[in-house]
Ligand binder design. Structure first.
Ligand code: NI
Length: 169
């Protein structure tokens, strides 16, 4: 397994759209394992293949306290949604930046596992937020896209400032 490098905003490759996976081979399993290792190494709760410059519909997540419930979803789609919740989100492509985003409270997700077996998940709360966030990445969408222009500008300014401070530290 290897830790992959994560693209950071405003890398234009984060706006690419991922294609559905059609081949369930050893290479796909390696991608899933590498993405999990990359997510854990970065202390993240989710990661989409787009963020590691792979334009395939693969995402990984683990919202458990113990970091021992890895989820790898291939070709995941939200097929039903209900309610709404506001949750403070971060993103490995925006280190150190957090913002409240409104999303569905609960979602039904269909996906395939790494062997191509069909899954149907009923998710609520933080894990529902996480999976919606990661599926967005696969369509070139990021959490800051949900913010007002003013709020977004403030956050991106903070991101710039943090990067300058990190560079001069
Ligand atoms: Ni993200």
């Amino acid at each position: 397994m290897s830790v992959l490098s994560i693209l950071e905003f405003p890398d234009p490759r984060l706006r690419l759209h991922a294609a559905p996976v059609q081949v369930f081979d050893a290479q796909l399993k390696k991608l899933g394992a590498d993405m999990l290792e990359t997510m854990y190494a970065a202390n993240g709760v989710g990661l989409a293949a787009i963020q590691v410059n792979v334009q395939q519909r693969v995402l990984v997540a683990d919202m458990s306290e113990e970091r021992n419930q890895p989820l790898v979803l291939v070709n995941a789609e939200v097929v039903e949604r209900h309610g709404s919740q506001v949750y403070q989100e971060g993103c490995l492509s925006f280190p150190g930046i957090y913002a409240n985003v409104t999303r569905a409270l609960g979602v039904t997700v269909t996906a395939l596992d790494l062997d191509g077996k069909a899954l149907r998940l009923e998710l609520e709360g933080p894990l529902a937020v996480c999976i919606q966030h990661e599926i967005d990445h696969l369509d070139g969408k990021m959490f800051v896209d949900y913010l007002s222009p003013l709020k977004r500008a403030m956050l991106l300014k903070r991101l710039d400032k943090q990067r300058r401070q990190a560079a001069s530290a």
